[in-house]
Design a binder for this molecule. Structure first.
Ligand code: FAD
Length: 395
């Protein structure tokens, strides 16, 4: 069977649903396909987001998808030193813990309301290319072969993206740029649900452990370990079980859910555009390499991709040159921050527990007011120059 659309979006995560919504709002006949049978499940996420970015994609927080609101974050060093990032310090950027399955479904609903057609249980199996340009995708929908032709195809197929590679983009990752993650949702635990907690050091080599509260007594407790620092990804379980066992307030909890996954902690792809083709979100490696958070970048890049795809449709020009407008937008919005956080992550990856503890204690002294990385570095430069040289990065 053959279908014709202006825009085909592959993958209904936050990036894909947002792209489909904005493409449809821009007047493009849009199809969003998702290989799973249900959008949003199973959840593979810590579910934490900053508040302010939601505005940027025209979303208001809603009980429909927000599980819990947090007033701050605590960064906890191996020696127990704590650096608190509260709302005034972070410029009120503190966040929400989502019900990610409901959130993803909400975004897909917005795409449908804007006019996008949605097919679940529909997997792209190859791109259709003619004269060096992408013109659609071969799909399998409920066991049946389907050819979808479109002027613009948006790849939003997440961390394990194949679609970018099919389009000829360089998407390969090195082991040092991958975090293997494992998370339990624990119930019946104690702690302070006003904060999201991040534990650094050898409890999670090259990554961190997190406790993100979904409400009193219930939290996502997980960690990511850098693949260059462990024998294989299965070691994440050893580290997580050890982390939980060492904390009586968590060890008494019962596991409600368990999930494993991976995040890229690389630089963004060098190229995210080809003729007739755009790549967004995790597939374009737009995850923050320091935090592993990628929901918001996926949505914002999805918004830009949807808008540019609709413009391309109106201009009848889906050339690489035209679509590069998308790449300029996301680079202007967050490339600088992603690159800076990549450099910081590269240094943190190999720091020993003692240096990390010293660094967290020094951060506490800085009290920079507005907590941006340049402000922190400036404060460290003034008070603890020895730590900056230990970091070995000049900004
Ligand atoms: P995804 O959400 O991965 O969506 C891709 C979609 O494409 C999927 O639904 C998939 O089924 C579909 N798909 C794939 N291939 C095909 C195909 N061939 N045809 C059709 N459909 C296809 N980020 C945060 O901001 N905060 C967090 O707390 C956080 N915690 C995380 C914890 C873990 C353990 C992991 C693994 C990730 C975490 N992230 C977090 C990252 C976050 O989940 C991603 O950045 C986000 O989901 C990216 O959205 P996306 O739309 O690009 O991709």
């Amino acid at each position: 069977m053959r279908l014709d659309y202006d825009v085909l979006v592959i993958g209904a995560g936050p990036g894909g649903s947002t792209a489909a919504r904005y493409a449809a709002e821009g007047g493009a006949r849009t199809l969003l396909i998702e290989k799973r049978t249900e959008i949003g499940t199973p959840v593979r996420c810590g579910e934490g987001v900053l508040k302010t970015w939601l505005d940027e994609i025209g979303l208001r927080p809603s009980k429909e998808f927000v599980a819990h609101e947090v007033g701050g974050a605590r960064v906890i060093a191996p020696d127990g030193s704590v650096f608190v990032v509260n709302a005034p310090r972070a410029g009120n950027e503190i966040g929400y813990v989502l019900e990610r399955d409901l959130f993803d479904r909400h975004l897909a609903k917005l795409a449908a309301r804007a006019g996008a057609a949605i097919r679940v249980h529909c997997a792209a199996t190859a791109l259709i290319q003619e004269n060096g340009r992408v013109v659609g995708a071969r799909c399998n929908h409920l066991g049946e072969d389907l050819e979808v032709h479109a002027r613009v195809v948006i790849g939003a197929d997440g961390f394990e993206s194949q679609v970018g590679r099919w389009a000829g983009l360089e998407t390969q990752l090195r082991a040092r740029d991958i975090e293997a993650c494992l998370q339990y949702t624990l119930v019946g635990i104690d702690g302070d649900p006003r904060y999201s907690d991040f534990y650094l050091g050898s409890c999670a080599p090259g990554g961190y452990a997190w406790v993100f509260w979904k409400g009193p007594g219930i939290a996502n407790v997980g960690l990511g370990v850098n693949l260059s620092r462990v024998k294989d990804k299965a070691e994440a379980r050893t580290y997580l079980d050890r982390f939980i066992a060492s904390r009586p307030e968590l060890a008494k909890g019962r596991v409600l859910e368990e999930m494993a996954g991976a995040v890229s902690v690389s630089l963004p792809l060098e190229r995210t555009v080809a003729a007739g083709f755009l790549l967004v979100g995790d597939a374009a490696r737009l995850i923050d390499p320091l935090t592993g958070g990628g929901i918001l970048q996926a949505m914002v890049s999805g918004k830009y991709a949807g808008q540019v795809a609709a413009q391309a449709m109106r201009a009848e020009d889906a050339s690489e040159k035209f679509l590069l407008g998308y790449e300029r937008l996301w680079r202007a919005r967050f490339e600088e921050g992603l690159v800076r956080n990549y450099l910081v992550k590269e240094r943190l990856r190999n720091l020993d527990d003692e240096t990390i503890s010293k660094f967290i204690r020094a951060l506490g002294d800085c009290n920079p007011g507005q907590l941006t990385i340049p402000a922190v570095l400036e404060a460290l430069r003034a008070k603890h120059p020895e730590l900056l040289s230990e970091f070995g990065v000049s900004f």
